[in-house]
Design a protein around this ligand. Structure first.
Ligand code: MRU
Length: 362
């Protein structure tokens, strides 16, 4: 996979290392960071060079491989059992480093667990396990791309039938940059555009980090999708004026009952959509559903540095001596969500768990 004008892949295996689009520099600079070691991948996730739940999962999977390939086992007697145990113990240290980067997006933990399970299940030498881990990271990347494309198609089946050309509203960035490519919520938008069903996308700027104004807007420009950026507090007004036909957002973690954690501000958007009788869709892969959590109260919410609120570039916005609270995500209750669009179809939020049981998804 290579990046070109309108094919955006935020995480690529290239020249024996991982090439990340540096999302902290967009839209002004389209630059890449080369990652050779798991420690650097952990830092890239923490500092949001790579961000968005599925993209974090793909990056963590490669991070696991980068850590695995550096593990040196010290068994002097050629005892294969001990060498394997030592390798798996050291791999757990790599996993822990990556787990400590960001707490809310469950795709991070899902990908790390899949890599660990694969390592434990692989027979053969330590070198064999390393090879299998590499292929598993590649598979996680490729699967996410397919998953997003399937989500885009399923999204088309639930979008309002009228008017023929819709104006959709999204929050944050759930696009190609936030996934292996194509996007979840923005994947639905892309599919609607491709099928001639999209008039325009409204993008919330998404304070405090402005993923909507910077990243979603940038992605739309790459593909000539008409986009209007609004500040977050303008959404209710736009709905009242009849400018919005449906809302489509991504997710960082969905509890078994359908309660959904996504970028801060999503919950208030869902409330105003309900107040205006506008359908509110969440688009996310099954890897974002945490069936271990019965409801959204149990989802850990990341708090980030207050500087994201009080500082813009070199300018401090607020006086010294005030306090800040900077939760990065909020939880939208399932009853405010019209449908959750996944790679396996669109579901009423409460039906995800039934589907999981029937199809043994873990
Ligand atoms: O803090 P971020 O930028 O990683 O948050 C991203 C979001 O909230 C996205 O909406 C979510 O991860 C879904 S991405 C397909």
């Amino acid at each position: 996979m290579t990046n070109s004008a309108n094919q955006v892949y935020p995480v690529i295996w290239h020249n024996n290392s991982v090439s990340l689009i540096d999302q902290t520099r967009l839209p002004n600079e389209y630059a890449f960071v080369e990652i050779h070691r798991s420690e650097d991948m952990a830092l890239a996730i923490k500092t949001m060079i790579v961000r968005g739940a599925p993209a974090i999962g793909v990056a963590a999977a490669y991070g696991m491989y980068l850590g695995a390939r550096e593990i040196i086992t010290s068994d002097a007697f050629g005892n294969v059992f001990d060498e394997r145990t030592e390798f798996l113990n050291k791999l757990e240290i790599v996993a822990q480093l990556l787990r400590e980067t960001r707490p809310t997006a469950v795709n991070l933990f899902w990908a790390i667990n899949r890599m660990l399970k694969t390592a434990h299940a692989t027979l053969g030498s330590v070198e064999d396990i390393k090879q299998v881990l590499f292929h598993t990271a590649q598979a996680i990347n490729a699967e996410d791309l397919q998953t997003c494309q399937a989500m885009g198609d399923h999204g088309l089946t639930v979008l309002p039938k009228t008017p023929e050309k819709l104006t959709l509203l999204t929050h944050c960035n759930a696009g190609a940059l936030a996934t292996a490519g194509y996007g979840t919520a923005l994947g639905v938008v892309r599919s609607a555009w491709r099928e001639g069903r999209l008039e325009r996308l409204f993008a919330d700027e998404t304070r405090p980090r402005l993923q909507g104004a910077k990243l979603t807007a940038w992605e739309c420009v790459q593909e000539n999708i008409p986009v209007t950026v609004i500040t977050d507090n303008m959404a209710a007004h736009c709905m009242q004026r009849g400018l919005i036909h449906a809302v489509v957002v991504g997710a960082d973690r969905i509890a078994a009952n359908g309660d959904t954690a996504n970028k801060i501000g999503t919950y208030s958007l869902a409330i105003v959509a309900k107040a205006h009788n506008i359908p509110f869709f969440v688009a996310a892969p099954f890897s974002t559903v945490d069936f271990a959590l019965s409801d959204g109260n149990q989802i850990p919410i990341e708090e980030r540095h207050p500087e994201e609120i009080y500082q813009v570039g070199d300018t401090r916005l607020t006086p010294e001596g005030v306090e800040f609270y900077n939760p990065a995500f909020d939880v939208t209750p399932a009853e405010l969500i019209t449908a959750i669009i996944t790679e396996n179809g669109a579901f009423a939020p409460g039906d995800l768990a039934k589907y999981q049981l029937k199809h043994c998804i873990n």
